[in-house]
Design a protein around this ligand. Sequence first.
Ligand SMILES: [Cu+2]
Length: 477
Amino acid sequence: MNTRRHFFQSAGIAGGALAAAAISRVALAALPEPVLQNAPDTMPPLAPPNGRPYRPVLTLNGWTLPWRMREGVKEFHLVAEPVVREMAPGFKAHLWGYNGQSPGPTIEVVEGDRVRIFVTNKLPEHTSVHWHGQRLPNGMDGVSGLTQPSIQPGKTFVYEFVARRPGTFMYHPHADEMTQMAMGMMGMWVTHPKAPHPLIDEVDRDICFLLNAYDIDPGSYTPQIMTMLEFNIWSWNSRVFPGIDSLNVRYGDKVRIRMGNLTMTNHPIHIHGHEFQVTGTDGGPVPHSARWSEVTTDIAVGQMRQIEFVADEEGDWAFHCHKSHHTMNAMGHKIPTLIGVDHSGLAGRIRQLIPDYMVMGERGMADMAEMEMPLPDNTVPMMTGEGPFGSVEMGGMFSVLKVRKDQKPGDYSNPGWYRHPPGSVAYEWTGALAEPARSHAAGKSAMPVQAMPQGEVQVQVRRPQTGGSKLDKGHQH
Ligand SMILES: [Cu+2]
């Protein structure tokens, strides 16, 4: 194990700038020493130790890659390699990534910076890096076969260009892309404006992460790379709730969140308690005349979205993908819907054959979150997360925006649960209930119905289908 790895483990990356300054003379003569990270924690923003100043971003459950300045060029060193990523406590995945983690570190520069990136390939197959969204010389675009030969295992390539456009970008391989992105090879890139920009506001908090997805069978460690749609792990920066850190801000802060989507489907990202505006896309800052307020923005595959709002409502606000199957962990979708099915008597008979058999789902799926069931070796429960009032019944692409008056400026640490002012929490009504007024008239329709059935028809609950189809991935009950 590399000593630098130890350094980051013990000291946290608060020493990131220090690490960049501590590069040995030997390294200065050659490649920048690769900086590695093996914790999945959210590291503090990396204050620029040199070059033009900016307010650095915070990478959710991630970190920023230190650089060295050499003759006016910012030099970075990415190492493409197999990594072990803790996706949630107790759940580790064997992924491919950069510098010890998946996703790789965020690269942060200033508009006009000349950037030189050394890419060393420690994977078992060739790779390349595409700088998604950037303006650059064609030969630096990283499309293996088209704009460069691929980087063979053991080789190091150099990319060099000027960061011309301020904005939010990504990087990922453009070589055996299906495999390498399914294995977690991706990272964020932020280019700050070099001077005050009419369309880019100063913000108090700037937070970024990637949307990614994996198909990892419970009990296994390596993603299925052939999966096209049926992923079972929906993650932000290769973490799933409750493993995703909360976004902690000070009351009144102007907050910017940058997200990039490298999954195979779109994600409508939704925030509670606040409205935001989309202030930037893949193409750069959005003109003021084209902005409107909303509470959900859809991020399509390959897109970046930058949202901004003033955090002026105190509390613990849910922040998540609005596809409800994306706020679940390790689940299969071929489980029959059992709501309303009467299982009485059935479980007892099945238990004579399968002693651990449990009947699930006749009252909805919330039972799953509350019941403690034996899980396979390496996975996360379908829904988890324990809030101050009980189970949150969420997993996957979910986190919490914590807005606090006593959060210090620039302090991203978790303030704990919100203490609601007395009388401001929904409560149980224990008084008498009046008989509800109901309309007894049959429904009207736009036109008279032809060929009315004789009697009344009610839709029947279908009995669960058994036999034949295996219950797909996820927990089987
Ligand atoms: Cu989603």
